[in-house]
Design a protein around this ligand. Sequence first.
Ligand code: SF4
Ligand code: SF4
Length: 139
Amino acid sequence: MIEVDPGLCIGCRSCSNVCPSQNILRTDSGEARRILWKRCREECDLCVEFCPAKALTLVPIDESVPEPELSFDLVACRICGSRYATEPMLSRIEAALPSDSRRDPEGAEWIRACPPCRRRAEAERAAEETVAARRRRRG
Ligand code: SF4
Ligand code: SF4
């Protein structure tokens, strides 16, 4: 079965994504994300391997141990306000940025926008650049 270190887990759901047996359940509802690791008897080890925070350990099964469950607050996108990620996930990404990117307020703020808002902003920026380039070519 799986043991979770609540001090390390960042609530990214990678373990749930790779579990071939749907043993790791997750729900995002409103402002919170919940993750439940069901008592696993398969020991394929994929969740342990893919956890970026090294928060999981495979341990001998013990029916007396409750199934681990964690809850995380979800952070609101700074553009649309939808809840999309946990604070530990965003902090981890920010900490991994090169120091010059961390000093760039636009670069750092980018992390605080949800993926659909980032894609929309990138598409708008690309369209603006294309229009500007065409105008320059026409003189
Ligand atoms: S050990 Fe394998 S089957 Fe069990 S929870 Fe992890 S990924 Fe799922
Ligand atoms: S992959 Fe690791 S850090 Fe991410 S939710 Fe699972 S246990 Fe937590």
